[in-house]
Design a protein around this ligand. Structure first.
Ligand code: UDP
Length: 473
């Protein structure tokens, strides 16, 4: 019978893209397996995932997307949803999908052997389905090993304090990591009375119950955290499951032939390594006031820049999970800004082909929201960063990027989260012109080469993939 590996990503763009790349990687090196990817279509904005799935379906027909039916409407909590965190909704939606996952796995098992179910951490509830059907279940951790160490250690921290991270004015000491300011812990776990915290805590307990954890990283990048995890320091109460660092897996530059996006043509006309690229993940948005401040900072910095601008968040709470419309740049940016900077800048509405942009030789720096995929994409392209976190675990990633990896300069915000034009101007110049910027560029080139070595024949990530696949036979 045919051997199938089923991948079960959570719906967000950053989670889907790396899971798809995992599927492609398995197929490339072990083509005897078939790959099926479960797709959940949520009732909220996931950041351009539909066109992405359509592109992958046509470019990689050997991957099958299996669209799960929506959970019964009366179970959908969207309208009455109270948690401020998007993540709660994702966990909840995926929990409600267990029945669909069960049905789909049973139906696939009728004609094939399901060798493994690989789940995103948001899909923790599916572990019980896999157990019931005696299918080995692996996590695919779409953030880094430092973050994995943090989540693995969460239930130990939980037992040792009764306070929420947001109330702790101190540093959190996690084995293998630099001290993390409590306020920089992942946003959805800052408040322990929030439902999102409960879900993450539950995930923390379940990690060791899986058959293994696949991490989108490579050993050299996160050696210290990985050692702490495999030495059992991050979860002293449970045996550590096998850890497979198979990355970095990044989105392919899969622009369809023919149409060349305007921003790439524009980059062609710019000097080598001269352009600062600003892009904030699939969901990052700023207030109108912050957008104006960014514009002022960029203009004053004198740097060339390519900036992806989105409309500010919708004030209407019932629409907060929906995709924003394209921005009206004349309304949002300062008077005359586009005209004054037109010789050295381009502003793109809502979305840019990030991997292609980062790999363009005219790009010399990247202001990023610190999503793990963005960070790996910059690393693989050898582009140094300024870390400006917005949501999820990005403040945590900033600490790791700046203090541990030395691959980025920190964008410092005021207490209310606002970043002043003077700070933006300063960091833009530092990254593009200063000795510090140069040393970050050097360090990123070291890691770029280490990443290439890890992914080449005999490299650590290739060996880890082989071990993973062997565990299915
Ligand atoms: N992305 C893109 N263009 C954009 C914004 C995002 O291609 O304008 C891609 C980016 O290259 C990355 C993904 O969307 O692959 C975002 O993933 P990440 O983990 O960085 O952030 P998330 O969106 O999950 O917060």
């Amino acid at each position: 019978m045919e051997s199938v590996v089923v991948l079960y990503p959570s719906p967000g763009m950053g989670h889907l893209v790396s899971m798809v790349e995992l599927g492609k990687l398995i197929l490339k090196h072990h083509p005897s397996f078939s790959i099926i990817i479960f797709i959940v279509t949520p009732p909220y904005n996931t950041g351009s995932t539909a066109p992405y799935i359509a592109r992958v379906s046509s470019s990689t027909p050997s991957i099958t997307f299996h669209h799960l039916p929506p959970p019964p409407h009366h179970l959908s909590p969207l309208d009455s949803f109270s948690s401020p965190n998007h993540e709660t909704l994702t966990f909840e939606l995926l929990r409600l999908n267990n029945h669909n996952v069960h049905q789909a796995l049973v139906s696939i098992s009728n004609n094939s052997t399901v060798s493994a179910l690989i789940i995103d951490f948001f899909c923790t509830s599916a572990l019980s389905v896999a157990n019931e059907l005696s299918i080995p279940c692996y996590y695919f951790f779409t953030s880094g090993a430092n973050c994995l160490a943090c989540f693995a250690y969460l239930h130990t921290i939980h037992q040792n304090t009764s306070k929420s991270f947001k109330e702790l004015n101190t540093h959190i000491h996690i084995p293998g990591l630099p001290p993390i300011p409590a306020s920089d812990m992942a946003k959805p776990i800052l408040d322990r009375t929030d439902k999102a915290y409960e879900f993450f805590l539950d995930m923390s307990f379940h990690l060791p119950k899986s058959a293994g954890i696949i991490v989108n990283t490579f050993e050299v990048l996160e050696a210290r955290a990985l050692k702490a995890i495999s030495d059992g320091l991050c979860d002293p109460q449970s045996p550590t499951p096998p850890i497979f660092c198979i990355g970095p897996l990044i989105a392919a530059d899969d622009r369809l032939g023919g149409d060349m996006p305007e921003c790439l043509t524009w980059l062609d006309s710019q000097p080598k390594r001269s352009v600062l690229f600003l892009c904030f993940g699939s969901l990052g948005v700023f207030s109108a006031e912050q957008l104006k401040e960014i514009a002022i900072g960029l203009e004053r910095s004198g740097q060339r820049f390519l900036w992806v601008v989105r409309s500010p968040p919708n004030e209407d709470q019932s629409k907060r999970f929906l995709a924003p419309p394209d921005p009206d740049l004349d309304l949002l940016l300062p008077d005359g800004f586009l005209d004054r900077t037109k010789d050295r800048s381009l502003v793109v509405k809502s979305w840019a082909p990030q991997v292609a942009v980062l790999n363009h030789e005219s790009v010399g720096g990247f202001v990023t929201h610190c999503g793990w995929n963005s960070l790996l994409e910059a690393l693989c392209a050898g582009v140094p960063m300024v870390a400006w976190p917005l949501y999820a675990e990005e403040r945590f990633n900033r600490v790791i990027l700046v203090e541990e990896m030395k691959l980025a300069l920190p964008m410092e915000e005021l207490e209310d989260g606002f970043v002043k034009a003077s700070e933006i101007e300063k960091q833009a110049r530092q990254l593009m012109e200063s000795e510090e910027g140069k040393s970050i560029r050097n360090q990123i080139m070291v890691m770029k080469e280490a990443a290439e070595a890890a992914m080449s024949d005999g490299g650590s990530s290739r060996v880890a993939l082989m071990k993973l696949v062997q565990s299915w036979n």
